[in-house]
Design a protein around this ligand. Structure first.
Ligand code: 5GP
Ligand code: ZN
Length: 113
């Protein structure tokens, strides 16, 4: 996707503050952090949202959760953390490239806040 900001970040065409990277995924710090630790984890492959996860592309999602657990340990989120993926208009998804927010370092309300 030529006009996708997260594809550009994944390719290094737009700079980001990286927390983890391998050939399949990138984790980088959110520009507008909503918690003391707020990292976005994305597949390098363009997938629009959680609504587009299929048998063919779901392996990377499992990998993203492995990376999330590793980052949570690394960032010492021992008290807990939250992983969120907004999909579509109703959820307020603002970037149309699948991403998982890893949030920690404070307590959270439910379902929002
Ligand atoms: P969404 O609202 O789609 O669930 O989350 C998109 C997230 O991407 C937001 O938290 C927003 O702050 C973050 N974001 C948008 N553009 C950029 C960017 O260019 N760089 C970084 N690091 N974060 C971004
Ligand atoms: Zn993309």
């Amino acid at each position: 996707m030529d006009d996708c900001i997260f594809c550009k970040i994944a390719k290094g065409e737009i700079p980001s503050n990286k927390a983890y990277e391998d050939d399949k995924v990138l984790a980088f710090y959110d520009l507008e952090p909503q918690a003391p630790v707020h990292i976005l984890i994305i597949p390098k492959e363009h997938i629009v949202s959680a609504a587009e996860i299929t048998e063919e592309n779901s392996r990377v999602v499992a990998h993203i959760f492995e990376v999330a657990a590793k980052l949570a340990k690394e960032k010492k989120l021992d008290g807990g953390f939250r992983i969120v993926s907004n999909a579509g208009e109703d959820a307020g998804q603002s970037v149309k490239h699948l991403h998982f927010h890893l949030l920690g370092g404070r307590t959270f309300g439910w379902p929002a806040g």
